[in-house]
Design a protein around this ligand. Structure first.
Ligand SMILES: *Cc1c(COP(=O)(O)O)cnc(C)c1O
Length: 416
């Protein structure tokens, strides 16, 4: 398919060079929060551009980075008082994985070298991030290059499933905890893994299991952080604090590449030592802490406060649910409609009763993608799942168009 060259973006709309417009119903792969070219963020980035576009972040610091760290640590689950900046989601995962491993090396537990991952999880594309992820499509061919990890079953969206999956994880930690540095997971929604969701109870149980067996918990909130699930961070819904919290995507509201890993003071302290002990965490990226990205992030956090966005999102979540139910609940091939905050997913199958999926080679989802584009909506179904994750500023008419285009696309995709 030919690429679509985009000339401009404004609010939830993108416009191509022929003047055709598209609703960005998936927030440009989950990064955009306030629409494109938001005046408040534009102004903040422009001001920072005049002041200081970039400076190296080793031996130097600057106000936007310090301010952002202060605001993030104030917002994050309590106990996460330290920030480490990187430049992409994948890089944040590398940082958390390396830091967890290295923490145990520095504190006399050198056998803790392994990581536990959930089935169906996604943590990025660089080799470490790919190794701790579990979506075969992205991973299979590179397996000879990847470290070996331990897989635990991912929970589904019921308390029984959450408890069973947590019990399975607990057994793994009980048997192999001596060798395990950390468990890594995506709290509440495995986004790239077809928007699979689980209840907060799972996170509570995993936190307890990690504590019981002396294993770190790495929460990858790269996709779900910054309000997507209804709370600022998904972990809040379980009242837990992970040992590492990875953030990116919505961090800069979809403006600039940046990520951050938040951790606890005692982790920081394990690396702060005499130079000659060589205990430091020697990991840096050229653009770490980029001031323009920090300015965008700070402006985005301001918008959360100014617009009382988490409250507004509760209303948006209800509207999205009503629209999606109206569009899909009666569809004979829809087998599940699920929601977490402002993330909605509609799963379809060839046959409702047996839940038999369409064979992947038929690429039914591509038909939906194409039809939606024709109708002026950017959707990107994952396997047999259509999902909506629009910017928070989407209005009623645009919600209606987005759902209508998806419904029509589904009707066409499952015909014949
Ligand atoms: C997108 C994503 C990543 C990777 O982030 P990049 O910036 O694309 O490297 C990692 N984890 C999750 C949960 C993601 O959704």
């Amino acid at each position: 398919m030919p690429l679509i060259p985009i000339r401009s973006g404004r609010g939830v709309w993108l416009e191509d060079y022929d003047g055709k417009r598209y609703i960005d119903a998936i927030s440009s792969w989950w990064v955009n929060l306030w629409g494109h070219a938001h005046p408040h963020i534009n102004a903040a980035v422009a001001r920072q551009l005049e002041q200081l576009p970039h400076v190296m972040f080793a031996g130097f610091t600057h106000e936007p980075a310090a301010q952002l760290a202060a605001e993030l640590t104030a917002l994050a689950p309590s106990g996460l008082t330290r920030c480490f900046y990187a430049d992409s989601g994948s890089a944040a995962i590398e940082v958390a994985v390396k830091m967890s491993f290295h923490f145990w090396q520095n504190t006399g537990r050198p056998r803790k070298t392994r990581f536990v991952t959930l089935t169906n999880s996604y943590h990025g594309e660089t080799l470490g991030a790919l190794a701790v992820g579990n979506v075969e499509l992205y991973k299979a061919i590179y397996r000879p290059l990847l470290m070996d990890v331990i897989s635990a079953p991912a929970p589904d969206n019921s308390i029984e499933s959450a408890e069973a999956a947590a019990a399975a994880l607990d057994r793994i930690l009980a048997e192999q905890g001596e060798q395990i540095a950390a468990v890594i997971l995506e709290p509440l929604v495995q986004c790239a893994g077809n928007m699979r969701m689980h209840p907060p109870r799972y996170l509570t149980l995993v936190r307890e299991a990690c504590d019981r067996h002396g294993v770190h918990l790495i929460a990858d909130e790269i996709a779900v952080g910054f309000g997507r699930t209804g709370t600022m961070f998904a972990c809040e819904q379980a009242g837990i604090t992970p040992d590492f919290l990875c953030l990116s995507k919505g961090l800069t509201a979809g403006y600039l590449p940046m990520s951050v890993v938040l951790t606890r003071a005692h982790v920081y302290d394990a690396f702060y030592d005499e130079y000659t002990k060589l205990n430091a965490f020697l990991h840096s990226h050229s653009y770490a802490g980029n001031p323009l990205a920090c300015a965008a992030a700070l402006a985005s956090l301001e918008l959360f406060r100014q617009t009382d966005a988490l409250r507004a999102n509760r209303v948006l979540a209800l509207k999205l649910r009503a629209a999606v139910d109206a569009g899909f609940a009666d569809h004979p091939q829809v087998i599940d409609i699920r929601q977490c905050g402002t993330i909605l997913a509609v799963e379809f199958a060839r046959d409702r009763a047996s839940r038999t999926p369409f064979p992947w080679k038929e690429r039914r989802n591509l038909r939906i993608y194409r039809h939606a584009l024709e109708r002026g909506v950017l959707l990107r179904p994952l396997g047999n799942v259509i999902y909506f994750m629009p910017p928070y500023v989407i209005g009623d008419d645009d919600i209606a168009l987005m759902v209508t285009a998806a419904r029509e696309g589904l009707d066409r995709a499952v015909a014949d």
